[in-house]
Unconditional design. Structure first.
Length: 131
């Protein structure tokens, strides 16, 4: 019996296996949001790939869990889709931010001459990942 089979049998995981499981769970949290938004828009994985300048095969590998998404790809997705991921700590849900959080952030970025994907979009396009 190998280590993986023992982990499954006794419910224990090595630190490496736990890290891999945590990575997958976090990745799928983001991708499930992207998938729901794509479905609502009638957008295909091929269209998403074209919008972010990558291959449809890579997008498929991400959604199947064969590849791990990186922050640059997440940034490309949110830019292409006009959405914004908001990450917070456990116990600090989205409502922990002031109600004018995004407006203030947008005002600061405008002063700096920086354009962010969420600017000019409705609040329903802003998604929160609570760790």
């Amino acid at each position: 019996m190998n280590t993986h089979e023992l982990d499954q049998l006794f419910g224990t995981r090595s630190p490496e296996a736990q890290l891999e499981a945590d990575t997958s769970a976090l990745m799928f949290s983001f991708l499930s949001i992207v998938d729901r938004e794509m479905e609502a828009r009638g957008m295909t994985k091929r269209a998403l790939a074209a919008a972010i300048g990558t291959s449809a095969a890579y997008i498929t590998q991400l959604f199947r869990g064969h590849k791990t998404i990186n922050l640059e790809t997440l940034a490309k997705i949110q830019s292409a889709m006009g959405i914004q991921f908001v990450v917070s700590l456990d116990g600090m849900a989205h409502d922990a931010y002031p109600s004018n959080f995004l407006e203030e952030a947008e005002e600061e970025r405008s002063k700096e001459g920086v354009n962010y994907p969420w600017q000019g979009h409705d609040a329903h396009n802003i998604f929160s990942i609570v760790a």
